[in-house]
Design a protein. Sequence first.
Length: 148
Amino acid sequence: MFTDRWRRTKLLLTAGSILVLGWVYTDYSLHKPMGYRVALASPEDHDGAAVTFPLWRVSSLKGPDRYTISRTLRDVPVAGPSEGLSVGDTVSVIGHFRASDSVVEATECHVHTLRPVKEGLSLLALLAGLLLIPRAFAWQDGRVVLRG
């Protein structure tokens, strides 16, 4: 499996698999819409529908019981307690769509206080891995080989 035999075939199969997965994901996202975006398209049909926003950022605070969140959509209005929140916080919001004013009524809001630390550690691990690659691998005769 890890030899150079059938290398081109393996590369073509891998590239083909990636293309098929991309096609399946695109087809699913276009033909099986769900969530807030679909609720906005036909508000009356989705009044009270459950919506979930995992790991979105607070983009503005509008008062003690109103704020907006952004990620793939900008400034989604949320009705719910905003005490303890600040702009830039990462939150996960679970709630229901209210058709009258296109607002999400939050039933749960989880603040992810350690999210910036996790992102920083991931970046640090990626950089360390990239810096250590030349110590473990070398290029010889047109292919990558283990050092040592």
